[in-house]
Design a protein around this ligand. Structure first.
Ligand code: SF4
Length: 412
């Protein structure tokens, strides 16, 4: 059996992310207009301006947690009076912002000229950006995105589109820069191309053994948040998918003796990635996919991606606002997970009840019952916090996972 070695794409990702954070600081120092955005805000819009940089606090918080710095940054926000019950991304970001990025692995994010939140993932995010607005007197623009129970209506799309135009006028007025729709079309084309390769990469989980782990896809999500709309972003995912397919063709698989194919529901436990992956691999188990990464590029829970084929890029971006899980109702969540389990041949689903992300977690018990009863797939619920390791018990999670593996084995 060939040994599994770190991929070139993994090494390239480290360089890309370092360059991205450093580049944002440099451009801000040279006078770029800086916006902070929630992850669902379509970053391609900002590439329509000559000198606007966007930074994503949620992505910075995830990276901070992955480096083991989540609790220390959370505690700074808690000392300032913010409850431990609030999302750990928000606490990490506020803790980082309150001491000007002092303990951040990348010196924090450049101070924003404009904060742009949206409310389709959660309302906490709007409040979080409001805190920054009050602290720094930075203007705060909120996109009001309708909740998603079914396919997006034309009225909802028009409503979102009108807000994009408002946002563009706001940035033009504040920055003095002219907006160019052709630049957005090119950025959207790059993002669409990146999505095509991202889906090709995720499809490597369909083989037996799987060509990837969900841990790979969690880590490789970073450019989707921080480099959207760029040619380098599309190229990175092309190389990632190519390399993964080549590795499979030469017999390189992350868990070559794979016996259990698992699916993860919720945000990644950033502080546990390596430990969890290693411990599962030792039991011949692989979490091959996750609803968290599976939804990217789809709409309303469908696995089929939706690509930009020309036309109005802003209309395309408005249509793609319904990609993520948190705003989805139960029907869409059920359909998405059922489809994924069938496509991937999953033995078992780990529902990770996330103390921080209530909107992701709130329907999980119903979803768990539905999946167990209708799909014949074993399930387990474990408690996590995606970024604050103080609220996670590795021992408890391990015990439940071990019990489930024994259960699957006993049924075979
Ligand atoms: S609660 Fe969930 S959706 Fe809201 S900011 Fe935190 S991680 Fe994101």
């Amino acid at each position: 059996m060939a040994s599994y070695v770190k991929s070139e794409s993994g090494k390239r990702l480290t360089e890309l992310m370092a360059g991205c954070y450093l580049g944002n600081h440099q451009r801000a120092q040279q006078g770029a207009f800086v916006v902070w955005i929630a992850i669902g805000v379509p970053a391609e819009i900002f590439l329509g301006f000559e000198n606007v940089v966007y930074a994503v606090p949620e992505s910075h918080a995830a990276m901070t947690a992955a480096r083991g710095l989540g609790p220390a940054q959370c505690e700074k926000a808690e000392r300032a009076g913010y409850s431990m019950d609030l999302c750990s991304y928000a606490r990490i970001d506020l803790g980082t912002a309150f001491d000007n990025g002092k303990d951040s692995p990348v010196g924090g994010l450049p101070k924003p000229d404009l904060l742009i939140s949206n409310n389709n993932n959660c309302s906490l995010l709007v409040k979080w950006f409001d805190v920054l607005h009050r602290e720094w007197k930075t203007p705060h623009f909120t996109l009001d995105i309708p909740f998603c129970y079914e396919v997006q209506s034309p009225q909802d799309k028009s409503y979102i589109l009108a807000q994009f135009h408002d946002l563009i006028r706001t940035i033009e007025g504040m920055s003095g820069q002219r907006f160019d729709i052709d630049r957005v079309a090119e950025a959207t084309r790059c993002s669409s191309e990146a999505t095509r390769h991202w889906k090709r990469f995720l499809a490597c989980a369909e083989s037996r053994p799987s060509g990837i782990t969900a841990f790979d896809s969690f880590v490789q999500m970073a450019p989707i948040l921080t480099m959207r709309g760029t040619a380098a972003y599309a190229e990175h995912f092309r190389l990632l998918a190519d390399e993964t397919e080549e590795r499979m063709a030469t017999g390189l698989f992350p868990v070559a003796d794979e016996r259990y194919r698992l699916f993860w529901d919720n945000i990644a436990p950033w502080h546990q990635l390596r430990r969890m992956q290693k411990s599962l691999a030792e039991r011949q188990a692989n979490i091959i996919a996750a609803s968290y990464t599976f939804c990217i590029g789809g709409l309303e829970g469908t696995y089929d991606p939706w690509y930009f084929e020309g036309g109005d890029p802003l209309a395309y971006l408005a249509r793609t606002q319904n990609f993520s899980i948190c705003p989805h109702g139960m029907t869409l969540r059920r359909a998405a997970m059922t489809g994924a389990l069938e496509t991937l041949g999953i033995d078992w689903v780990i529902f990770a009840s996330n103390r921080s992300c209530k909107p992701y977690s709130v329907m999980q018990m119903d979803q768990q019952r539905f999946i167990s009863e209708t799909c014949g797939v074993s399930t387990v619920m474990i408690d996590i916090d995606h970024a604050d390791s103080r609220s996670y018990s590795e021992k408890n999670a391990q015990l439940r996972i071990d019990a489930l593996l024994e259960n699957i084995e006993a049924r075979r």
